[in-house]
Design a protein around this ligand. Structure first.
Ligand code: ZN
Length: 507
């Protein structure tokens, strides 16, 4: 702790805080509350908050007292909760339907400073914490780890515009309960297990027979509301003939019941604002605009208010690469989806939204700045790009390992990389290694093998890559920040969310 004494003294005396050779000061974090002053610093090993003064905030922060009224505070979960109590901006919050939000899911706990710099001052708010159960499992992290990382990043950057935390793609009630109890401000309910994809393969007669077998009450409800009815959304006319109604009922009935159940049991009773997102995208069934309308209208009829809804769009939204599919078809359907979302008063949500540069202008045109877009793995790919630049040896070993273990990752991620486009490692010079991150196939391979890479251990139980990976990124934090600002900044720009924030944007 001795090496931090100088900075603690400076903080106490209100002197200008400067980084020294072994301690970096995050100047934007300098914060005062009553007569307590706080600042975040980082030494060779980790970040700390330095605290001076007296009073409840000073007492509640747990740390080591090193001078009279000076304390070195580690970034623990308990200390994060203390910050949350005194500085509201360090706790996740909901944003509702009036401003765009961007899910930035940080797999490493290191990306948020770059994400914050990208969105600061623009017409979009960051959902900094956003990890699915799959991502948590694959990286050995907990929901608390993820919120802690986001919260400390916000403190570090002095970012007071607010951020969200998303319990992403939750399916099980246990996980939903957990996410809400930990203070997640957004919940993305993944209904894919309840969507009956098999219905797509049935004939009209089979659909009809199955529908007739449903309880009388159910049939009446849907027939009365939809059979041979048409609905107008702006210039769109959505017509439900017999087969369409029956098919949608078979496809979505269970999923709808589950959405209503989760809403009534957890969201409504949470006693605070929650951004509630419905996801019907992780399924084989492409959501037609009529199906989208059907689901939305049912939710409305049954008293469920959602903040955003994620349909499964036509074409493919594969992880980490551009859109694959028919652009004309996509534009037609996206326009209709956007009109439907606007009609029902929620945000259209775009999942696996990173790197879809070709369709961003289309999305921007029709959502008009009111949408939610999720990116996740792309910040990991930017981290790997930094590794390729500054630690070629590590990159080479990771690259080889990823190729060797790709089959394991393909069990839970759907990608179709053209492996023949990945140049053999021994034919590529060190200086050219970062180019791999511009190759779609290599991007995808690295994108899906993150869990394997970050948890791989040798026979002595030591991490093969993780420690060196994190040390390298810490030593190059500015480089990582800049690469995120550039890459995610391109998303913000093309989605037309880069407008300056007016002084008081009401939420
Ligand atoms: Zn999704």
């Amino acid at each position: 702790m001795e090496h931090l004494k100088y900075h603690v003294e400076s903080l106490k005396l209100g002197k200008e805080l400067e980084s020294t050779s072994d301690v970096k000061v995050y100047e934007k974090s300098l914060t005062h509350y009553e007569n307590v002053s706080l600042v975040m610093v980082r030494d060779q090993a980790q970040r700390w908050i330095l605290a001076t003064g007296n009073g409840s905030l000073f007492e509640e922060l747990e740390g080591t007292v090193i001078t009279d009224s000076g304390k070195v505070v580690p970034l623990t979960h308990e200390n994060r909760l203390v910050l949350n109590r005194y500085f509201a901006y360090t706790a996740p919050r909901a944003f509702g339907t009036k401003i765009a939000t961007m899910g930035l899911g940080d797999r490493l706990g290191l990306a948020s400073p770059g994400h914050i710099e990208t969105v600061r001052g623009h017409q979009v708010r960051p959902i900094l914490a956003q990890q699915s159960i799959r991502e948590l499992t694959l990286t050995n992290r907990t929901m608390n780890d993820v919120i802690d990382a986001a919260s400390f990043a916000v403190f570090q950057e002095g970012y007071t515009e607010g951020f969200g935390a998303d319990g992403d793609h939750l399916k099980e009630e246990e996980d939903i309960k957990m996410a809400l109890s930990l203070g997640m401000s957004m919940l993305t309910l993944d209904c894919s297990d309840h969507i009956q994809n098999r219905v797509e393969a049935l004939t009209e007669e089979e659909i009809s027979a199955e529908f007739e077998g449903l309880p009388e009450e159910t049939k009446c409800h849907y027939n009365e509301l939809y059979l041979n009815k048409s609905f107008n959304v702006e210039d769109l006319s959505i017509v439900f003939d017999k087969n369409t109604v029956q098919k949608f009922v078979l496809l979505y009935r269970n999923a709808l019941d589950y959405m209503v159940h989760v809403h009534d049991t957890y969201i409504k009773k949470a006693n605070r604002d929650i951004d509630f997102e419905i996801s019907i995208d992780e399924t084989e069934t492409v959501t037609s605009p009529a199906a989208h309308f059907f689901v939305a209208n049912e939710l409305l009829k049954r008293g469920v208010t959602v903040t955003s809804l994620a349909p499964r769009f036509c074409g493919e939204f594969q992880k980490g690469i551009d859109y694959i599919g028919d652009l004309e078809q996509f534009e037609k359907e996206l326009r209709e989806h956007a009109l439907i979302a606007e009609y029902f008063g929620y945000k259209l949500s775009i999942h696996s939204g990173s790197d879809k540069f070709t369709v961003f202008p289309i999305i921007a045109k029709y959502t008009k700045g009111i949408l939610h877009v999720k990116t996740a793995g792309t910040n990991w790919l930017e981290a790997v790009r930094v590794i390729a630049k500054v630690n070629p040896g590590l990159y080479r070993r990771m690259h080889a390992y990823a190729l060797e273990h790709l089959d394991e990752a393909l069990k839970y991620y759907h990608i179709t990389p053209d492996m023949s486009t990945i140049l053999p490692l021994d034919s590529v010079s060190d200086a050219e290694l970062p180019e791999y991150m511009n190759n779609d196939a290599a991007r995808q391979v690295i994108h899906v093998t993150y869990g394997l890479l970050l948890t791989a251990k040798d026979k002595n139980g030591n991490f093969i890559f993780k420690d060196e990976f994190f040390t390298t990124l810490h030593e190059n934090e500015e480089e990582y920040r800049q690469s995120l600002v550039k890459h995610i900044g391109k998303h913000v720009e093309l989605l037309n969310l880069s407008k300056e924030l007016t002084t008081k944007t009401s939420l």
